[in-house]
Design a protein around this ligand. Structure first.
Ligand SMILES: Nc1ncnc2c1ncn2[C@@H]1O[C@H](COP(=O)(O)OP(=O)(O)OP(=O)(O)O)[C@@H](O)[C@H]1O
Length: 936
């Protein structure tokens, strides 16, 4: 399975659940797969036919979706086609019946219209599976109900022994029940994974729909265009599509509209231009919903609240499907929430009407929420979310700047006004009364004589409406509907509050919701940071990732251009040639040979065979120009997506070098400076690098003494505040550069990374107390005369043991814990006699497990303070003769080895080893990843 995964798709690892699902399908079991958008569901039906060499049928709701998929599969050398009205090749149908395609797509209508003899013929030739994609369409409880989906059980009857695989990104329990029932799924293997999309930033903002806002939108989108990446702007009406497109084009942006009233040909042209990166922005109604399979969309903007949270999840889910950071902004206006009647008009039953209203109100609540948006979405889909702060939505980013405050006075005014109006009006009348309106209705009812008339004039009408939303939510107010009208009265919680208020006022702490904040900032003239929130979309641009250097980013730009040319030459979309993540991996690793190219995550045999030479040429030319070495040692593969279902903060296992840094810091209690400047290192490494290694381990679940870490890195509460202010100005933490520009000089990138890690891990901010975090310079202070390290804590000066003492302490600890380690401490002469070479560069050999740590004490004696776990020092230095055979034997015995490990084992020259390794790689006997060689 792994071979096929690499050969056809270029990936080396399965994502969670993919392998299990594929295995079950191959065993002939029915499967129901509910996994987030972009989690890799497609692979579950794409791989089985390639392994079993039997065709797969995929039922998909939209032709455009199928066409995209077929295009991308063909670029991977996978023989696929679709059957449908736009299929111009008449031979496809005959070939399909003969089982000539690996994967054959069709709509449910087409599938139900095909003759029994067609299906039987196909089954005779062998079918690996029948997949029903977007399976939620089967259920009336789902949001994209399609009647034909419910007829698909008929295919079961003609294909009795073919496993059915139902896939969807959104399905509540009820919808899952419908899917199983309607498809007659039997002995099912069911996977329901998290809905979380960790790479997506969520935000919502209250707007007034005006030309001014559209112009603001255009200005921000224009900035985005410069930073690259595609954008979808979803609108709720065709009129909005036209207005937004017009404003964008008037601002010089090449955007196209897409809606149901356009001619099919024009829609197809717009779709194609977008998919092929000829235009960056498409402004669309939901007609553009499921029909887009582009993995590198960086921004999805909703101009108006969608009709359900399910739709929102799915439409915004089109963003960042390749796993790179991307953002989803929703702009809503109050008018968006008055469309319930419009949406329910088509409901045939009361039950259906209730479903439509429920999902619609969930979307409305999402907009107005002032708490973690990710948590809101996930809980809506039934997940238990253990954190309150995801650190990657507008509310979480803003939280520390938006304090909850006592609004008991305002609540009292509003409730009293509602009460005095007698529950005979909607919310507008009591608000008009508070604001001292001279409207006819107010005067007719003599409300201008009420004692609280005009007492709330300092707040805008919309502010009061936004407060009433909160109060309705909490039961202080109650809304009843009669015919078309809504009446507001004081609810049970509100009545109790009013009763108590005469004796004592209980504080009511409320976090102002986005609309309240927006109204307040409009009034004060100070722009809410989120008023400029469109700028956030830029920050999500993943073209230049944090993990790439400036030069590598330039190389990546050249590779993007090369990909665009290749796509043009092959009349396909750039993303179908290879993903942006693969290009980033290439820019970082810079392979020099076809064998090394094939090692890169995301590169498959087909890509190497078809475009390998050109890719290598561009890398070589551009890398030389940029003075970047080929076959970079520092190759960090960009993770395309965090593992769904993983505990937050517990990600990939860190590299041995990182674990070693963590161990030295946490277990040996060395300081970051000491680790960076270990005397036995050929060159010191940067303080920041060591600190980041430790942070990475912490992200992977390793324990960390935060207090000590803050002290060493100089992270303190004032720095924290400065970063928070910077983040608030920028709006999110996707990219550090804009934040760095907003904070004082003394706040370093390392401080920003610490801040992000804390956010990412949803850890409560530890109390960093007074401004006592010391700068690292302070901690690194070393009294060179007596070799004593000085560490200052809370104003005290404390002498710490010198490094020689640390050696002894550690030796004791380790020897107690591990009797078999027989070389825990030895002097320089012992060490030197064991060393296999004279080259000082290899003074600190590293093994894959725990590298020995050498310390030089103040007398200049080098000692080994720790050796490979469970092993002995002599074992590590056994001499071997280097031959192709001995190296292969040696490598097959272990799960990978670095060059240094091999040099230690074989005592050979690096050049001979390098030549041999190259040859073995070219012969496809071994491969290299992250500087570790393994047998294929
Ligand atoms: N094992 C893997 N390793 C790395 N990338 C993968 C792997 N499996 C899938 N991908 C990539 O993840 C991205 C999303 O995959 P896919 O389109 O299958 O998602 P999906 O779950 O079907 O999403 P949707 O619900 O939007 O259809 C694609 O770019 C795909 O190439």
């Amino acid at each position: 399975m792994e071979h096929s995964l690499k050969d056809f798709f270029g990936f080396t690892k399965f994502r969670p659940f993919q392998k299990e699902i594929i295995q079950k399908v191959l065993e002939g079991r029915d499967c129901l797969v509910v996994m987030a958008t972009g989690s890799g569901k497609s692979l579950c039906y794409q791989l089985p036919p390639l392994i079993s060499k039997k065709s797969a049928i995929v039922i998909s709701p939209l032709l455009s979706l199928m066409m995209d998929q077929v295009m991308a599969l063909k670029q991977r050398g996978i023989n696929s086609e679709y059957l449908g009205s736009t299929q111009s090749d008449s031979s496809v149908s005959t070939k399909a019946g003969q089982g000539n395609y690996d994967i054959l797509f069709m709509t449910p209508e087409k599938a139900l219209g095909l003759s029994n003899s067609f299906w039987k013929g196909l089954a005779r030739n062998g079918l690996s599976l029948l997949a029903v994609d977007e399976a939620h369409c089967i259920s009336e409880w789902g949001h994209d109900f399609r009647k034909e989906y419910q007829q698909l059980y008929k295919l079961r009857e003609v294909l009795p022994n073919v496993p059915f695989l139902a896939l969807t990104a959104t399905a509540t329990e009820r919808v899952r029940g419908d899917i199983k029932r309607y498809l007659n799924l039997d002995n099912i293997f069911e996977v329901v994974s998290t809905f979380d999309r960790p790479n997506l930033f969520y935000g919502a903002k209250y707007i007034s729909r005006s030309q001014t806002f559209r112009e603001e939108l255009a200005r921000e989108v224009l900035k985005d265009c410069r930073s690259g990446g595609s954008t979808i702007i979803y609108c709720t009406t065709i009129k909005d599509v036209e207005e937004v497109t017009e404003t964008l084009t008037q601002s010089g942006i090449d955007a196209r509209g897409y809606h149901a009233q356009m001619r099919p040909k024009d829609r197809e042209t717009a779709h194609r231009a977008f998919a092929h990166d000829e235009i960056q922005i498409i402004v669309a109604t939901v007609a553009f919903g499921m029909g887009i399979d582009k993995p590198d969309i960086r921004r999805v903007i909703h101009y108006g609240c969608p009709k359900s949270l399910e739709s929102y999840y799915q439409e915004s889910g089109r963003c960042g499907r390749d796993g790179l950071p991307s953002s989803c902004w929703l702009y809503y206006s109050r008018a968006d929430f008055g469309k319930a009647d419009y949406y329910t008009a088509e409901a045939e039953t009361e039950a259906r009407k209730k479903v439509i209203l429920d999902v619609y109100h969930a979307a409305e609540k999402y907009c107005r929420s002032s708490t973690c948006r990710r948590k809101y979405i996930l809980e809506y889909f039934g997940e238990i979310v253990p954190y309150d702060n995801c650190g990657n939505c507008d509310n979480c980013v803003m939280r520390r700047n938006v304090q909850e405050r006592d609004m008991s006075e305002e609540v009292h005014l509003l409730l009293s006004s509602v009460d005095l109006c007698g529950g005979r009006f909607g919310i507008v009348m009591p608000i008009d009364v508070l604001r001292g309106s001279r409207s006819k209705k107010v005067l007719e009812n003599k409300f201008d004589e009420l004692p609280l008339y005009g007492l709330g004039s300092s707040k805008t009408s919309n502010w009061w409406k936004a407060l009433s939303d909160e109060l309705l939510e909490e039961g202080y107010l109650k809304e009843t509907r009669r015919d078309m009208y809504r009446f507001v009265s004081v609810g049970p919680v509100g009545k109790k509050f009013l009763q108590n208020a005469s004796s004592r006022r209980v504080p009511i702490m409320i976090i102002p919701n986005p609309e309240m904040r927006d109204e307040e900032s409009k009034q004060s003239g100070v722009t809410d940071n989120r008023a400029n929130s469109l700028a956030l979309q830029q920050t999500a641009s993943a073209r230049i990732t944090q993990s790439m250097s400036e030069q590598e980013a330039k190389l990546c730009e050249s590779l993007l251009k090369m990909r665009a040319n290749l796509a043009k030459r092959n009349a396909t979309a750039p993303y179908a040639v290879c993903s942006e993540i693969t290009l980033q991996n290439l820019a970082k690793a810079r392979p020099s040979s076809r064998a090394r190219l094939l090692n890169i995550e995301g590169v498959n045999q087909w890509l190497v065979g078809k475009h390998g030479d050109e890719i290598l040429r561009v890398i070589k030319e551009k890398a030389t120009e940029l003075e970047l070495p080929l076959d970079s040692a520092e190759r960090t593969i960009i993770e395309s997506q965090k593992v769904p279902n993983s505990v937050r903060g517990y990600g990939e296992s860190p590299s041995p070098a990182k674990v070693e840094a963590w161990e030295m810091w946490e277990k040996l209690q060395l300081t970051i400076s000491e680790i960076a400047n270990l005397p036995e290192r050929p060159r010191p490494i940067k303080f920041e690098t060591v600190a980041e290694y430790i942070l990475d381990c912490c992200k992977a679940g390793y324990e960390l003494n935060w207090q000590r870490f803050y002290q060493e890195t100089g992270f303190n509460s004032s720095i924290l505040k400065e970063i928070e202010a910077g983040v608030a100005r920028v709006g999110c933490v996707d990219k550090l550069k804009p934040i760095k520009e907003q904070v004082p000089e003394h706040v370093s990138y390392l401080h920003l990374k610490i801040f992000c890690t804390m956010q990412e891990l949803s850890l409560p901010l530890p109390d960093v107390g007074n401004e006592d975090g010391h700068s690292r310079e302070e901690h690194a202070t070393k009294d060179s005369e007596n070799g004593t390290q000085i560490i200052k804590t809370s104003g005290e000066v404390q002498a710490k043991t010198d490094s020689a003492n640390i050696c002894n302490e550690e030796a004791e600890t380790v020897s107690n814990g591990n009797q078999e380690s027989d070389a825990l401490i030895c002097d320089d002469s012992q060490v030197k006699s064991e060393l296999p070479w004279s080259n000082e560069n290899y003074h600190l050999p590293s093994t894959q497990k725990r590298a020995p740590v050498w310390r030089t004490d103040s007398n200049g004696t080098t000692k080994l303070v720790r050796t490979e776990e469970g092993g002995t020092i002599t074992k590590a230095y056994l001499r071997k003769n280097l031959t192709e055979e001995s190296l292969m034997d040696w490598l097959s015995e272990r799960d990978g080895a670095s060059i240094r490990d091999m040099l230690v084992a074989f005592r050979t020259r690096e050049s001979s080893l390098d030549a041999l390794l190259k040859k073995l790689e070219e012969d496809f006997l071994i491969y290299k990843r992250n500087d570790i060689y393994r047998v294929i």
